[in-house]
Design a protein around this ligand. Structure first.
Ligand SMILES: [Fe+2]
Length: 195
């Protein structure tokens, strides 16, 4: 571990690595990691530190950590007030999404067409959960959802079972008005050292 890394973040990585080494199943790994992320995003020092993190507007993620052995990834997103999120999935990746500052809403969608027409998709809003600091959502592979910003700047910490972004795995993006679905790479990854 890097000596210069923020201690609470360094401990989080050590604990995640213990979970990943003990069990090979990504779903169980993520379920076991959820309480650790709930604790991390309640850390006052981390929240204070995040006040200076740059905005990730324009489909970006801060890339805080990539595990060299287990390949899980820790990202952050910094949303401007009132940010509208796209409807998407994360392909094969499992994702834990934890609110560190501000409030965000997670919308879940059901796909209601049979998927037989290429490029066509009908999705229907199934639920909305709004959370503030400490709220962590577990998003399974292929779950259709959108993260919406709240009235103020918001920050979230994300644990992914694998790296997403340009040149990795293609995700789906849905347009609810046009009833279309396209494949695209995830957010641009901006390396950011949490020292
Ligand atoms: Fe997402």
């Amino acid at each position: 571990m890097l000596a210069s890394r923020l201690p609470v973040f360094d401990r989080f990585i050590t604990d995640l690595r213990a979970i990943w080494s003990a069990d090979g199943d990504d779903g169980r790994r993520m379920a076991n990691a959820k309480p650790l992320l709930e604790k991390l995003v309640m850390d006052p020092k981390l929240k204070a530190r995040s006040a200076s993190w740059p905005s990730t507007e324009g489909r970006k993620n801060l890339l805080l950590y990539v595990d060299p052995d287990y390949h899980f990834v820790i990202n952050a997103v910094v949303r401007v007030p009132g940010r509208t999120g796209s409807i998407h999935d994360h392909a094969d990746a499992w994702v834990l999404y934890g609110v560190l500052d501000g409030t965000e809403s997670l919308e879940r969608f059901d796909r209601i067409d049979d998927g037989s027409r290429p490029g066509y998709a009908e999705v229907k809003l199934a639920s909305v959960t709004t959370g503030s600091q400490g709220k962590v959502d577990l998003v399974p592979p292929r779950a259709i959802h959108a993260e919406q910003g709240g009235p103020t700047r918001s920050v979230a910490i994300i644990v992914r079972s694998q790296k997403l972004g340009e040149g990795t795995v293609l995700q789906h993006r849905y347009d609810r008005e046009a009833n279309t679905v396209v494949e695209q790479f995830g957010p641009t990854q901006i390396p950011y050292e949490l020292a």
